[in-house]
Design a protein around this ligand. Structure first.
Ligand SMILES: [Zn+2]
Length: 141
């Protein structure tokens, strides 16, 4: 039995100071494609912890937050192709090599990238958003 890894140091600048109980949910629909391939339809919903650009507080940002009933921006279509050799993109699908010798594919990095890519570069928590109305006004000089 090995010793447990020590908890990450608080000095780690990437570690949020506080954490919310946010959860992220990933739904994957899998369709076989040919003998050894699969199509994946991945949809990510829920909340992730982000740091507010205004006040620095950590808050749970809803990934499918919008009032409009739009689909979540966070998702992708993937094709696990037994004949592919490199990760490419084909039309709407991200193509991932999935040779017969491979038993599983870890989607975590892809999902993390998808969330990263889909988030605006600056996010602010609800109280800060109230302070900063989205309508723009031109103040006369
Ligand atoms: Zn804030």
């Amino acid at each position: 039995m090995g010793a447990r890894r020590a908890a990450r140091s608080r000095d780690d600048p990437n570690l949020p100071l506080t954490s919310t109980s946010s959860t992220t949910r990933v739904d994957v629909e899998v369709d076989p494609c040919g003998a050894n391939g699969f199509f994946l339809d991945v949809v990510i919903t829920g909340h992730i912890d982000v740091v507010c650009a205004c006040c620095g507080e950590v808050y749970a940002h809803a990934l499918d937050d919008d009032d409009e009933e739009e689909e979540s921006n966070f998702g992708f279509l993937a094709w696990l192709d037994p004949n592919a050799e490199v990760v490419t993109s084909s039309g709407d699908h991200e193509v991932f090599p999935f040779p017969r010798s491979v038993e599983e594919l870890d989607l975590t990095p892809i999902i993390a990238d998808t969330i990263d890519f889909g988030l605006p570069s600056e996010l602010s928590c609800a109280p800060c958003r109230v302070d900063e109305p989205e309508s723009w006004s031109c103040d006369p000089a």
